[in-house]
Every structure is written in C-alpha cells, then in structure tokens.
Design a protein around this ligand. Structure first.
Ligand SMILES: Cc1ncc(COP(=O)(O)O)c(C=O)c1O
Length: 351
C-alpha cells in the first residue's frame, strides 16, 4: 500500500469509535461519524417539523451516483430499494414456470427463499456446492443466483468461471454483493444482475439496497411493488391513475426509507475516498494475520470462519470481542476500522 493510500485510510479510521473490539461487519457495519451526524440532523429536523420529504431526493440521487461510480455501472441502470430479498423476489417473479435456478448450498436465505417460494409455480431450484456452480450450469439453467462472498463462511464465489459458464449456456447470473461490496470489487458491468444490502461493508444503516443490471436483464423485470417514487415524475405520481411508472430501470425503485439514505451517502463517499482496493488490502491482511495465527493457510477473504470451542468463544465475548456464530463456527470479519491489535486480542482470547 503506498503512502497516500495509507494516509487516506488513516484519516478515514478517525471516523469510527467502537467501544468493543468489533469483528462483526459481516453482521452489520459501523456507520462513520459523518453518517451519524447526518442521521442526527435528520432526526432533529424531523422532530422539529423542519424535514421536507422532497429534500431527500438529492440524497438518494447522490447515493445512487456514488454507488454507480463505485461499481462501474451507470446510475441509470441502478434501482434503489430496501432489502436484497425485495430485489431477489422481483427477479424470481420474472422467471417463467419450468425455469431452473442454480444456487449455492447453505446460501443466505434472502438469495434463495424468493426462488424457492415459487417452486409451487413450477420454478426448479437446484442447490449445489459453491465451487461446483460453474460446472453445474447447463442448457436448462435460466439463472445462477449466488452471493459473491458467502455469508456463513466468507468463501468467494468463482465469479469469472460463472460469467463464462452462464454465457456459454444462455443463462443469466445474479450476484449478491452484500458481503463483498466495499472491499471486493466484482465486474458488475459484466454480470446480468447484482443486488446489495448496504448495512454491512457499505457502512450504512439498515434499510437501503441497490439493484444493478444490464439493459437486457433489467428490461425483463417488472416491479413487485409499483409505487409513487418509481413514477415518471415522483411528485406528480402521488394520487390516482393512470399508471405512470418510469420507463427506465428506476421503475423498480421502492420509495426510500429516508434515514437509511441520509446515513448511507456519507458512508459511500468515505469508501470512495479511501478506495476499494486499499480497503481490500487492509481487510484481507488482517484476516490473513488471524488465519496464520490459527494455523490456517492465507486466503483472499475479509471474513474468517473458525472452529473454536464454546469455552474459547465465551472467553472472546468476555474480552469484549464482537464476532458472530455461523454454521457452528466463529465468524470474524475485518474492515477498515480494525487493526492488528484487534486480531491479536482475538488470538489471545482463543489460544
Ligand atoms: C449474502 C447476504 N445477502 C443479503 C443479506 C441481507 O438480506 P436482506 O437485505 O434481504 O435482509 C445478508 C445478511 O446477512 C447476506 O449475508
């Protein structure tokens, strides 16, 4: 990492003040100080009767543009919403009966339930091990839906092989970037659809999500919850017919949860300032420091899944270290606010 990147990272880290050793970004990220201040201003204005809903339009538009710059997809091909499951549900609803959807075994349920809930309508969902996904794509596959980084284990999906396998078989690829956006770039411009909840590595409050896609893949989607915000002109779409939804992918927008966007915008700007590549180097170096200390081979993920005894997990909790328990193992995750001391504290508690 060069000196400028190191200085930017150092400056950004001043925005965080956890009161514990926080190794749990895979559950939710810590909002930076500027996000906290924006939320406080929003609450103050709303309580004082000074908040105007239309004031939030610029905030949502700026967040959409910041996300567009970060993922390399034009803002016109990005829809805003609240949850991954909302967008996965939209995608599931667009598939005709008989379609095969390939998913990874033990995938986070917001990625798979929306498809499984349509099995009664004739959708066929096939679960296979993550590393087998590219080989299992066949001529009958309509869609592969997978998280770029697995929630429970931190395993990274074979994205390049999936792009090739899907192209070879005429299938679409949907990537969930909730556990990767902010530290692991994915080639979103070459993936049919991506969905992302922004309360983890994107450091926003819960309640904001993005959908991106190619023009063709987005054109195939119909909004599940058509609403005024998706109208041709939102503020002229508040009452009555006729139906006047935007023709653009914005027709898939869900009216914003205002505070979520006030908190998210400064967080996205902070990630942009530091740079995803710098964050990736920092996060994975810390994860690898833990792996090495625990006699594991280094890997490329910011999430580490460890087999630890219940007693060791209790010792870590007593030492004020926040991790999570997933798939019967301890999940520790590292982001820009963590440092080597955090790793060493966990190692000390576990060994
Ligand atoms: C891979 C992945 N996708 C999505 C989510 C969140 O989904 P939703 O926004 O539907 O709550 C999580 C939360 O842990 C996740 O790990």
């Amino acid at each position: 990492m060069d000196d400028i990147s190191r200085a930017r990272l150092h400056a950004a880290r001043q925005q965080f003040s956890p009161e514990v050793t926080y190794l749990n970004t895979a559950t939710h990220g810590l909002p930076p100080l500027l996000a906290r201040q924006a939320l406080e201003r929003y609450i103050h204005d709303a309580s004082a009767g000074r908040f105007q809903p239309s004031d939030s339009d610029d905030v949502v538009a700026s967040a959409r543009s910041a996300y567009a710059r970060l993922v390399g997809v034009p803002a016109e091909r990005i829809a805003v919403g609240t949850h991954v499951s909302q967008f996965t549900g939209t995608i599931a609803a667009s598939l005709p009966a008989g379609s095969e959807v390939l998913v990874a075994r033990n995938e986070f349920t917001s990625v798979v339930f929306p498809f499984m809930s349509r099995e009664a309508d004739g959708l066929r969902v096939r679960e296979v091990p993550l590393d087998r996904l590219p080989d299992e794509v066949g001529p009958n596959t309509s869609l592969v839906a997978v998280a770029a980084v697995q929630s429970a284990t931190g395993a990274i999906a074979p994205v390049q092989d999936l792009i090739t396998a899907c192209a070879d078989n005429g299938a679409r690829l949907m990537l969930d970037t909730t556990q990767s956006f902010g530290w692991l770039p994915v080639p979103a411009d070459r993936v049919d659809l991506t969905v992302c909840s922004t309360y983890k590595w994107a450091l926003g409050p819960r309640g904001a999500a993005f959908l991106t896609g190619t023009s063709e893949a987005l054109a195939a989607l119909r909004p599940l919850a058509p609403n005024w915000f998706a109208g041709t002109d939102p503020w002229s779409s508040l009452y009555g017919g006729p139906l006047r939804l935007s023709d653009a992918p914005r027709r898939l927008d869900l009216a914003p949860v205002w505070p979520a966007w006030y908190g998210l915008l400064p967080a996205l700007e902070l990630i942009e300032e530091v740079g995803v590549q710098t964050i990736r180097e920092h996060d994975t170096a810390l994860a690898n420091r833990l792996r090495t200390a625990m006699d594991l081979e280094p890997a490329g993920s910011a999430i580490v899944s460890l087999e630890v005894s219940e007693e060791a997990a209790r010792r870590a909790a007593r030492a004020g270290i926040a991790t999570s328990a997933r798939a019967g193992r301890m999940r520790a995750s590292f982001h820009l606010y963590n440092d080597e001391d955090d790793v060493d504290r966990l190692v000390k508690a576990l060994t």
